[in-house]
Design a protein around this ligand. Sequence first.
Ligand code: MN
Length: 251
Amino acid sequence: MPSDSAVKDPLKTYRRKRDFSRTSEPSGDTSAAEVGGGGSRRFVVQRHRARRLHYDFRLEVDGVLVSWAVPKGPTLDPDVRRAAFHVEDHPLEYFDFEGVIPAGEYGGGDVIVWDAGSWEPHQAGKSADPGRAIAAGELHLDMWGEKLSGRFVLVRTSTPASGKDEWLLLHKHDEYAVKGWNAEDHPQSVLSGRTNEEVKTDPDRMWRSDLPAARASIALKAPVVETVGAEELAELDTLAAGGPGGCTAAS
Ligand code: MN
């Protein structure tokens, strides 16, 4: 069960790990309606090369991204169970982040949007409130992604006194199941088609985890804007006036 304070402020842990003292702007305040639109809940799986490679499996629930770190990645193989560690909720702004996190910062490394799509809880005969299902330690869900689809189950297996809850992530035997399917055989981003290495070499964005979520995703490449400078305008004037340098081949 999450503590009372965690229910009131699910991003408390996320914020506590980051330093917002440099700014007084609100952090993580964007509502699900603003970002998500539509009726379906969104999910994202990010392949994250930090100190150790893992996949961050994130489900949009009650305005945050409830997250598990899955070291070997999700699989469509119904005979395989993947260890998953319940980690802190992330702000919705992180949903489509792909780029680099500076070394030395929390989660330093590179991140791609490995898969994304929509999902719905599947709780036959029970409450379909996924927040409650997660708190109770068992969530059945249907996923519609580019790589992941079909019915998955997340089930909590242990709650160590210190550290992160241990869960298992598995795929049910259904028409979307694929024996032998391994996440590492599908390394490309669904956002850019690039691999982690390609993103690391030439990143478009950087995540500043010390900034409020709304401003944490920093563009690293300035858009190319064609401008006509004052000097060029002066030259054009000169040419129009037939002045010095106007029509001579040598100029
Ligand atoms: Mn991660």
